[in-house]
Design a protein around this ligand. Structure first.
Ligand code: NAD
Length: 510
């Protein structure tokens, strides 16, 4: 299926087109493989901890200059970044597909999401508003101001190798901060490409008379140790970390220990409830995309499905049919819907979860490896597992296409089961019953950061705040007022009179 692809040449051609010199991704120690064929497509030089520390110092200097540039002018840089991304969309989207194994429309969609957040951030750069607040003291004015925070650390996961940076960086930069990005060690090539596009935008901005310091956006290449360095560095007041709950469990307390802020975007174990009145054609499509799309490697992928007993026998056989016929294979070919898992480790974890599920009484459709002609490429048929109850592997996130299906009879118990896992990222309900839909999105419904009606849990837009509760970490990024996390709030009181009335009637006459 994939043996004849020359991904080395293709990667080189794309990186050259995007402005990355060959010495940036050859001759180093960090090997990058494409999950499409398992072939090595780059070998990057890693930053030493001394280099990373020096980069953080420089990012801090950049922050000191950038915070003085008016926010709408900062927005102009992000507008130009959006233009560079528009121009580079085809190439960068393709590189996402090569490096992560996403199908082409998803690779392009990820870049589109970067463009969308740039547009959002440009508008935001003319707002960044505070409140004016009534004061009890006469001839006084009280208000809040939002100020830049400092160099922002961004740690990202392999599965959204470029969008996560942009959700954070576009907002952080219009808010007056510099950024230091530690991408996943599995996907540093797309990070090099994004950095090159950012540098092109910066060059244009300066050529047009814009003021911007060097080192506004810094990339540090390496593994977990560099992430830890970012987390522990006193000059980094906020780290936005996206990845597994295990990573967040390590990062959260370290940041708290030095009173730094955290935006934690961690694992999900997302569910949907299919009710008696659900439109089953729409449900089938929503479930299929959310559960099998991206080969189950989205933080918002659908992993648990609660189906009402009255529609179970209509929906589940149709789903099994879709699982049996979905096109699996080379994600670079048109028509493919399910590409590869990221690596052997992900495949092993999927098989271990399926073994556990079987032991717990699960009835499995699919889940087997699909041969591609490459020993180191891991394609699988998505697995649909009918479970007698929510137990064992169902309660954990396995980052692979496994959908556990369970039957329910009572709506309130289904909502209780829906919420009875440690994670709280995304959720959905399929129903045409207004009471069920409204209950699901109410205070006693889904306990997740995202709750949808008549669409799957996966596929968010940047206008809303993105993130989840419980072991998903509680962070919010992207739209709504997520920008506030990247700024510090000051409350200012101004006395424009000639007396000094004290609040709460306190007298202090000297
Ligand atoms: P991962 O946790 O293995 O790695 C993520 C990043 O964290 C990498 O850059 C890694 O080097 C770094 N890292 C790991 N341990 C660290 C530590 N102790 N200190 C500092 N940095 C550390 O995750 P992954 O396998 O790349 O990605 C898959 C996971 O990410 C899944 O659990 C998925 O649900 C989650 N995810 C969550 C979101 C979200 O928005 N909630 C988005 C994408 C992915």
């Amino acid at each position: 299926m994939t043996a004849t692809l020359d991904l080395v040449a293709e990667t080189k051609a794309i990186l050259t087109e995007l402005g990355v010199a060959a010495d940036r991704y050859t001759g180093g120690t960090l090997a990058v493989t494409s999950p499409v064929t398992g072939a090595e497509i780059g070998r990057l030089k890693e930053h030493s901890s001394e280099e990373a520390k020096a980069a953080i110092d420089k990012a801090h200097e950049a922050f000191l200059a950038w915070r003085d540039v008016p926010a709408p002018k900062r927005g102009e840089l992000i507008r130009l970044l959006g233009e560079e991304l528009r121009g580079g969309k085809a190439a960068l989207g393709r590189l996402v597909s090569v490096e992560v194994g996403k199908i082409t429309s998803e690779g392009l969609g990820e870049v589109q999401e970067m463009i969308d957040i740039c547009d959002f951030a440009v508008g935001l750069s003319r707002q960044l508003y505070g409140l004016t607040i009534a004061t009890e003291r006469s001839e006084h004015r009280m208000m809040e101001s939002w100020h830049p925070l400092g160099p922002i650390g961004i740690i990202s996961a392999f599965n959204f190798p470029v969008a996560v940076w942009s959700w954070n960086a576009a907002l952080a930069m219009v808010c007056g901060n510099s950024t230091i990005w530690k991408p996943s060690e599995k996907t540093p090539l797309t990070a090099l490409a994004v950095q090159a596009l950012f540098e092109k935008a910066l060059k244009r901005y300066v050529a047009e008379g814009g003021e911007a310091p060097a080192n506004l956006s810094t990339l540090i290449i390496g593994g977990r140790d560099l992430g830890e360095l970012l987390v522990d560095h006193p000059k980094v007041p906020l780290v936005s970390a996206t990845g597994s709950t295990a990573m967040g469990r390590a990062v959260g307390p370290r940041l708290a220990g030095r009173f730094a802020r955290a935006i934690l975007e961690l694992g999900g174990n997302n569910a949907a409830i299919v009710c008696p009145t659900a439109d089953l054609d729409l449900t089938l499509r929503g479930v299929a995309f959310s559960a099998m799309g991206t080969a189950g490697q989205r933080c918002t992928s659908l992993r648990r499905l609660f189906v009402h007993e009255s529609v179970y026998d209509q929906l589940v056989p149709r789903l099994q049919k879709a699982y049996g016929s979905v096109t699996i294979g080379n994600p670079l070919e048109a028509g493919t819907l399910v590409g590869p898992l990221i690596d052997r480790h992900a495949f092993d974890r999927m098989q271990a979860a399926l073994t556990e599920a079987k032991a717990a009484g699960g009835k499995i459709t699919g889940g087997e490896r699909v041969e591609s002609g490459s020993a180191e490429a891991f394609y699988v048929r998505p697995a649909l597992v009918e479970m007698p109850e929510q137990t064992g592997p169902v309660e954990q996130e396995t980052f692979a296409p496994i959908l556990y299906v369970m039957k329910y009879s009572d709506f309130d118990s289904a909502v209780a089961l829906h919420n009875a896992v440690p994670q709280g990222l995304s959720s959905s309900i399929f129903t045409n019953d207004m009471r069920e839909a409204e209950t699901f999105v109410s205070a006693r419904g889904s306990d997740c950061g995202i709750a949808n009606v008549n669409l799957g849990p996966s596929g968010a837009e940047i206008g809303g705040a993105f993130g989840g509760e419980k072991e998903t970490g509680g962070g919010r990024e992207s739209g709504s007022d997520a920008w506030k996390a990247y700024m510090r709030r000051a409350t200012n009181t101004i006395n424009y009179g000639r007396t000094l009335p004290l609040a709460q009637g306190v007298k202090f006459d000297v």
